[in-house]
Design a protein around this ligand. Structure first.
Ligand code: AMP
Ligand code: MN
Ligand code: MN
Ligand code: MN
Length: 279
């Protein structure tokens, strides 16, 4: 296997800019053989992505990235190999999308109070009638000249302490891992180095996650540095978790890392795909 499996990517079903089919074509063009679609809190893009991946001869892994509130902060749990027909998973995600809708209205109101007008309607339009994310607000704010780029918007408007911030009320950790397991999938902690947790807090998260039945953690991620990768490999070994790898690709114009262009996993960790039939 020359090109690493890419087990974390987004489409227009959530906050990515490529349609599920376009995303699959880009992955295939980059030589990817095993690809997951992991949109935030929705399974909506999976059917389209699978059809295109099949056509291109890529192994498709149906996935999801679930928003979780743990210890008063937001963390993301990826589910890999989930059955889209699972009612518990569908109902859980539907509740999270309901929260997204009310949060979006509130973010809009808070921005209005800060003198930033008309952003809710524009963010809603950019979400194309699908799930709405802070990324859509960020793109709307850049478009209206409130900030230079998406990263800038987050810093100035959307993170804790800024006018457009609203605390998440997402799934519980056990609950999210439970939905993934009910759907026959493997639960994976997404981009663990990105949460700014102390080593002790991170190990608490991993231990709670493992106790809930989680099995993997991203060691390679588009938002990890090389140092992060080696540090996360140590935790994965200590907790006997499986190591995952994903670009977290969202946008060709604006990405930390290209789809499928991932460093290889460090020695001494067991890849989450070690027992998948990749025939
Ligand atoms: P939400 O789930 O709606 O709260 O939005 C979270 C999404 O915003 C993440 O999945 C990222 O795609 C994006 N995001 C969060 N922080 C940043 C940042 N600092 N710069 C760019 N994108 C970000
Ligand atoms: Mn995102
Ligand atoms: Mn994430
Ligand atoms: Mn992601």
């Amino acid at each position: 296997m020359d090109v690493s499996p890419d087990l974390h990517a987004h489409s227009t079903a959530s906050d990515g800019v490529l349609s599920p089919a376009e995303l699959m074509r880009r992955a295939s063009g980059n030589g990817v053989r095993v690809i997951a679609l992991t949109d935030h809190d929705t399974l909506e893009g999976l059917a389209e992505a699978r059809a295109e991946a099949d056509r291109l001869g890529m192994r498709f892994v149906p996935g999801v990235e679930i928003s979780v509130t743990w210890g008063g902060r937001t963390v993301h749990i990826v589910g890999l190999g989930v059955d889209e027909g699972c009612a518990a998973l569908q109902q859980g995600l539907s509740r999270l999308r309901g929260f997204r809708d009310s949060r979006a209205l509130e973010i809009g109101r808070r921005l209005e109070r800060a003198g930033v007008t008309g952003i809710y309607d524009r963010a809603r339009a950019l979400s194309n009638g699908r799930l709405i994310s802070r990324t859509h607000f960020a793109r709307a704010l850049v478009e209206q000249g409130y900030a230079e780029n998406v990263g800038d918007v987050f810093r100035k408007y959307l993170v804790r302490g800024k006018p457009g911030h609203m605390a998440g009320e997402w799934a519980g950790l056990e609950e999210a891992v439970g939905w993934i397991r009910d759907a026959g999938g493997q639960a994976v902690i997404a981009h663990p180095a990105r949460y700014g947790l102390t080593r002790t807090r991170l190990r608490r998260l991993i231990s709670d996650f493992a106790e809930a039945g989680g099995v993997g953690m991203e060691v390679v991620s588009g938002s990890h540095s090389r140092d992060d990768m080696f540090a996360m490999a140590v935790h994965v070994r200590d907790f006997s978790l499986l190591a995952s790898a994903g670009s977290d690709f969202h946008d060709p114009e604006n990405s930390w890392i290209e789809l499928g262009r991932l460093p290889v996993l460090p020695d001494g960790v067991r890849p989450i795909w070690h027992d998948w039939d990749l025939g």
